[in-house]
Design a protein around this ligand. Structure first.
Ligand SMILES: C[S@@+](CC[C@H](N)C(=O)[O-])C[C@H]1O[C@@H](n2cnc3c(N)ncnc32)[C@H](O)[C@@H]1O
Length: 248
C-alpha cells in the first residue's frame, strides 16, 4: 500500500485525522525535507526517505521500490496531496501497488479562513510556476479566469527566479477586474510565523509576496469589512427580492 498524504498547511491542528492515521500506519515516510520537518514529531520512529525540490519523480520511484518490499509507505505533500502535490505522480508511477490518496487542507482554504470568507463563490487555483507549464498558458488562464469573474487563488506566486510574474499577472487581471478589488496575501498560513496582508489590486506590495505565500484576488462582489475579505454569495439579492415581495 502506498498512501499519498496531504499534511495540511503546516500546523499540527491542520492535519486531518485520516492523514495522521495513514502516517501512523506507515513504516516509511517519503517526502521533501521541509515537509518532513513540519511533522518531525509524528515520524520519529519511521524510516525517512527525503530529498530536495525538483526531485519528485525520483522520490516517487523510490517509494514504489520500497512498497514492493512489503512495507507500508506514505508519500507526503503539504496541503492537499492532489493540489500541486504528489498524488498524481504516485498514481502514474505505481506498478500495481494499491494507492490511497488522503486529502488535506489546501493552502487556499487555509488562507481563506485567515482572511475571512473570500471563496464564497466560484473560484479557481492558478500556479505561476512555469517549471512544468508554459508561461503563455499561465497568463492565458489568468486572463480567462479574470474575464469569467472568478475569485483567483494564486499558488507559487513569486520566487527569486521569477520576481515579475505576479506583477505581470496583475496587469492582465486589471483589464477585467477593478483596481479596488480586494486582495489577500497569506504567508505561512497555519504555521507559527503566519503573516497576512489585506489590500487591493492597486495597493498590493509585491515585495511582501514570496514562495511561502498564497495570493487571493476577489471577484466583482468581494469587499472588505473590518479588515476581513468577504465575497458575497448573492443572499443580498434574495433578501431584496423578499423585501419587495413582502412589501418591506
Ligand atoms: C507546490 S505548491 C503545494 C500546494 C499544496 N499541495 C497545497 O495543497 O496547499 C506550493 C505553493 O503552495 C502555497 N502554499 C503551500 N502551503 C502554504 C502555506 N502554509 N501558506 C501559504 N501558502 C502555502 C504557496 O503558494 C506555495 O508556493
Amino acid at each position: 500500500m502506498i498512501y499519498a498524504v496531504g499534511i495540511g498547511p503546516g500546523s499540527r491542528e491542520g492535519i486531518t485525522y485520516e492523514a495522521r492515521s495513514a502516517i501512523e500506519k506507515s513504516d516509511v515516510v517519503v517526502g521533501y525535507k521541509t515537509y518532513i520537518d513540519l511533522i518531525k514529531d509524528l515520524v520519529k520512529d519511521k524510516e525517512i526517505v527525503s530529498n530536495g525540490m525538483k526531485q519528485e519523480v525520483d522520490r516517487v520511484k523510490k517509494a514504489v521500490e520500497i512498497s514492493k518490499t512489503g512495507k507500508m509507505v506514505a508519500v507526503i505533500s503539504s496541503g492537499d496531496a492532489g493540489v500541486y502535490g504528489m498524488a498524481g505522480l504516485v498514481l502514474e508511477l505505481a506498478e500495481g501497488e494499491e494507492v490511497q490518496v488522503v486529502s488535506g487542507v489546501t493552502a487556499s482554504t487555509a488562507a481563506a479562513a485567515v482572511l475571512g470568507a473570500p471563496l464564497m463563490h466560484d473560484f479557481c487555483h492558478i500556479s505561476l510556476s512555469d517549471l512544468l507549464t508554459p508561461l503563455n498558458l499561465i497568463y492565458k488562464r489568468i486572463a480567462l479566469a479574470s474575464e469569467g469573474d472568478f475569485v483567483i487563488c494564486i499558488y507559487n506566486p513569486r520566487s527569486k527566479g521569477r520576481p515579475d510574474y505576479l506583477k505581470k499577472s496583475f496587469e492582465i487581471m486589471k483589464k477585467y477586474k477593478a483596481g479596488s478589488t480586494p486582495v489577500g496575501v497569506v504567508k505561512n498560513a497555519g504555521r507559527e510565523n503566519q503573516q497576512v496582508q489585506v489590500c487591493t489590486m492597486d495597493t498590493i506590495d509585491y515585495e511582501f509576496v514570496d514562495m511561502l505565500s498564497i495570493v487571493i484576488v476577489g471577484n466583482s462582489s468581494t469587499y472588505i469589512k473590518n479588515n476581513k475579505i468577504i465575497t458575497r454569495r448573492g443572499y443580498e439579492r434574495k433578501l431584496e427580492k423578499d423585501v419587495l415581495k413582502n412589501g418591506g
